[in-house]
Ligand binder design. Structure first.
Ligand code: ASP
Length: 426
């Protein structure tokens, strides 16, 4: 009791810190303790393992529920179907490009090279390079319950997409099931939030162990990972998105970039694309002239299923971890990373840190050591800021293109030099 009273001010300070600050403190303390204690710091590893086990616990139900909800959130009128199809094709296509940029940069700049880390369970995760055809065939779960029980994520994604589409087609009859999935998804988001509270301690344990085992040399590659992710994000927005806006949309890309400022700033600071949604919708209507109908359908859909920044980050991190652990990836692994990250991005919730959990999914699917998460987790907030901003910029880019193609983009608002928040929308 006395001890508790003595420690009260410190615990007050601690509980007053926001989660990302706590994680940063956990990381810094972990590195310091690891540097001082050396290999002895392995005594803290179980705290990290506890956190990783909790994350693993979330993956199957979180992906399954949020994916079903992501699909059913598309309503089923003809126009919605057409707009939805355009949006989904653009969302998934740009996501695949984002991962390719991430993979390309990580291949050229090799942020993880020379780390020489050794995974404990590498033997268990090593794979025999399955062929592309067998990978594709294996995506179909012969037994969906078996796939859920075994945690086969690709199969779970395929089943969830199918179920989501089927529930949507059933209409009214399937409403109770849709509601059930919606509330289960809410529950899973809450559980994720609860598990993320352990992150500072988990990160401390993992960083102490990693820094103790590998020394401070680990910090340089981390700076490299941050630089590679930020560079990729800039290329994706400044080259690829603006290119699509001017070539496909025949619109002035500078106006698009100007309209991004507010939502991108909100995304950067909140690291939640769902939380940024009000700012995104406002910008799309008032600064870019997209109609209410299009923006209120395409943007929430994007905040749920479109995560280009997250996908780019997953490409970089997957390769970084492979390089750090000295694992050579073959062509089918790259294809698998592109496919898994694209599909996983559909199931990534637009909340802080969700991409890290999805990264564990990509690592597991490709057969890369999950310990790699330990290194990335410590800097995840910094990476989350960039990737969430890109997620939001991508949602807006697709909304503009869909609006333009449906003749529901008011070009006088889009091209107006003033951004008047009172401008009326269609
Ligand atoms: N924080 C991201 C978002 O809300 C998701 C992620 O963690 O990658 O868009």
């Amino acid at each position: 009791m006395q001890q508790t009273m003595v420690e009260q001010p410190r615990s007050g300070f601690w509980s007053g810190l926001s989660l990302w600050k706590k994680i940063l403190v956990g990381m810094i303390l972990g590195v310091a303790v690891g540097a001082i204690m050396g290999p002895e710091a392995a005594i803290f590893k179980p705290i990290g393992t506890l956190f990783i086990n909790f994350i693993k616990m979330l993956i199957v139900p979180l992906v399954f529920c949020s994916l079903v909800v992501g699909v059913t959130s598309m309503q089923d009128t003809r126009k919605m179907g057409r707009i939805g199809l355009k949006a989904v094709v653009l969302y998934l296509g740009t996501t695949a490009v984002a991962i390719s940029i991430g993979l390309g940069l990580a291949t050229i700049l090799s942020p993880g090279e020379g780390l020489n880390m050794v995974a404990n369970d590498i033997a268990a995760t090593a794979k025999e390079a399955p062929t592309l055809v067998s990978t594709l065939l294996n995506m179909i779960p012969k037994n969906p319950i078996g796939a859920l029980a075994a945690g086969n994520i690709l199969q779970i994604i395929v089943f969830a997409l199918g179920l989501g589409i089927a529930l949507t087609l059933c209409g009214e009859k399937a409403e109770p099931a849709v509601k059930l999935f919606e509330s289960l998804a809410e529950g899973m988001y809450k559980l994720t939030e609860m598990v993320m509270k352990l992150a500072p301690y988990g990160v401390f344990g993992l960083m102490a162990w990693v820094a103790g085992k590998y020394g401070l040399d680990i910090l340089l590659p981390l700076a490299k990972v941050i630089a590679v992710v930020y560079l990729g994000c800039l290329i994706h927005v400044l080259v690829f998105y603006t290119g699509l806006v001017s070539i496909l949309g025949r619109l002035n890309p500078a106006r698009y970039l100007k309209g991004l400022a507010n939502p991108a700033a909100v995304a950067f600071t909140t690291t939640s694309s769902s939380g940024t949604l009000p700012a995104t919708i406002k910008a799309s209507r008032e600064e870019m002239g997209v109609s209410k109908g299009i923006s209120s359908f395409v943007l929430p859909l994007g905040a749920t299923i479109n995560m280009d920044g997250t996908a780019l980050y997953q490409g970089v991190c997957a390769l970084f971890i492979a390089q750090a652990f000295g694992i050579d990836l073959v062509f089918s692994d790259y294809v698998l990373i592109i496919m898994t990250s694209t599909l996983a991005s559909i199931g990534t919730a637009g909340v802080p840190g969700a991409g890290l959990i999805m990264l564990s999914l990509v690592l597991t699917t490709v057969g890369l050591p999950i310990e790699g998460l330990a290194i990335v987790a410590g800097i995840d907030r910094i990476l989350d800021m960039a990737r969430t901003s890109v997620n939001v910029c991508g949602d807006l880019m697709v909304t503009i293109l869909v609006g333009k193609s449906e003749n529901e983009l008011d070009e006088s608002i889009y091209n107006s030099t003033e951004s008047d928040s009172n401008t009326a929308t269609i």
